[in-house]
Ligand binder design. Sequence first.
Ligand code: SF4
Ligand code: SF4
Length: 426
Amino acid sequence: MIKRSFIKLTGPRLLCDQVEPDPKKPETIPIPPRLVLLLHEPLDSTRETLIKKGDTVKRGERLFLYKESTEYAVSPVSGTITSIASYTGDFGTIATYFIVERDEKDTPSNGFAEIADTPNLKSADSFLRSLPGAPPLSRFTDPDCKINTLVIEGTDSDLMSTTRQYLLATSKEEIKRGIQILRQMTGVAKIAITVPENASDDLSAEGVQVFKISQVYPKALPQMIMQDHLEIIPVPGATCEDQGVTFMSIEAVISLAKAYAQKEPVFEKVLTVIAKDGTRHRVKAVIGTPLHRIFKQFKLQTNERDRIIVGGPMMGHAAYTLYHPVGPDTDTVQIQDRDAIPYVSDYPCINCGKCVRVCPANVPVNLLVRYLEADLYEEAADNFDLQSCIECGLCSYVCTARIPLFQYIQLGKHQLIELETEANNA
Ligand code: SF4
Ligand code: SF4
């Protein structure tokens, strides 16, 4: 495997949005009568589940599929489970979704309240994994992960979103409290926070290192921050955690502070919704709210063959249904008009070299894609730096032949994991 440093950034200068000087409050979406909760565990149709259709759930109750399950979803409302079914995500990944029909009567679960007096990593991971911002608490409890640096992301990683910057600008007290809780719970040696380059660094008074991040895309991506601010060269194929660093959305820090202050989990997620004409709406919606509810509130029409992108224009993925829910990590949702969807082709590469020049990780994309097109994933990893890709999407954006390079790369990485799993299980 070739190992190269991430040094270069040439080509188009795409600038991330900056939050307004006096940010507008998000518009709150009413809690819908039915919520959709995704659980990252496949449903086994041959087994009886712990939670069944017709069961009632309390607000804040954890939903486990099976007795030995470690994954859970948390119901943001009191209500009745009306459906449990399989959900197929990107590259055929299988998850499960629950539909909860909301009761008028609100009955809170007091599971978390009983342990909320003393912040503790293990109990936090047991109850608060689904908070807005999706705090990656299990990375601190994983014995194979030796985390010595926590980077709180106060900058948005994709274009056109200001979700995190808004929270950074408007929730200073909660951020300070959240940092104290995290320091106490994790004992992590170093805490840093990313802020836009024009923001103040007043959080440095909390003993937090402040990293000012350029507006130029993709400077706010974790691997770029590792290289530019922590002077750690990302190792191809290794995660940031493998190298002792973990990243946490600023919303997760705020949510932790609120949950411990209120002694109950919180469920309202802030997100940026981008309309077809590029208008941005700042929204607050309860986790599990189907996206069509948000579109309805802003009178955003969707037509057949329009595309719904969850996660931002450069790195997001398409949602297959308008019932796709707001998740704990949904920072951005975009509607692309069917006539404005970027054109992709199956024309061959013309070797213009644009993808190579733009790649911040120095991947020889033009050569890599030939192997990926031929399903030669191991060769692509061994000889053409597949694992060095930081998934910024810039190569697809500039490709003259309109080859869906980013999608080939994501598929290639996924297939590589499948091959490794098969080999380990053989
Ligand atoms: S998505 Fe493309 S441009 Fe971005 S790091 Fe990967 S190969 Fe390079
Ligand atoms: S940008 Fe597209 S056409 Fe140009 S070298 Fe890269 S893959 Fe080939």
